[in-house]
Design a protein around this ligand. Sequence first.
Ligand code: PEP
Length: 259
Amino acid sequence: MKPIKKPVIAGNWKMYKTIAEARDLAGAVVEGFPGVREATIILIPPFTAIQEVRRTVSGTEIAVGAQDVFWEARGAFTGEISPLQLREAGCDFVVIGHSERRQYFGETDETVRQKTLAALDHELIPIVCIGETLEERENGQTLDRIRNQLEKSLFILDESGFTRVVLAYEPIWAIGTGRNATPEQAEEVHYFIRGLIASRYGKTVADYAIILYGGSVKPDNALSLAREKDVDGFLVGGASLEAESFLGIAREALRAVRD
Ligand code: PEP
């Protein structure tokens, strides 16, 4: 039986939204989802809008995250933002290892490991992204790639660290392309990830691990993806930029648990 878990719906706003636009979007999400307790909603604006979004959602159950973090708490690291600074600005979560950061900014499994440890040290919940390229999928290397990423960046954590991490399976070929993984493709990888977690940390930890799917999630494909046994919610990019589509996805994720 699937343990009862709240679905997690996280909106990655990437490098979109001014501070005023971020306030409006966060306000519309608050209005559309008043007092919801059966889901964990996380808004992930650009750094400049974190404090404004935090203020806008204050007094609600909605959480705030950042899109990246550096692994040191302070120092001469021009342009970086530390976990300490993110906590102060009001973040509860931080995305680590997003494929756009791996692709354009040299993020590796090693930097993901360092950032994850730093986030945990400062009581930020890391949302760690893993996923294969189209070429790896076509060459039948998807599961090897996933195993490799997990072993190098996360399985070095002890159990108490690992249980505070949220995972996001994001096939790179599905991000921002309009081409989502089918529910079967997503489930195959999520099931595999849960199996690896079970071998490393035991079945209970695996059962309660939160594994999100990300990659062109929209209101009209969210329900079938959310119904898969090992899909615990979504990391949403493009469709989180409008309140209507983001709320639509959240409603579908809730429907999948209620049905
Ligand atoms: C993302 O940015 O993590 C993402 C999944 O983007 P999109 O939903 O646009 O594919």
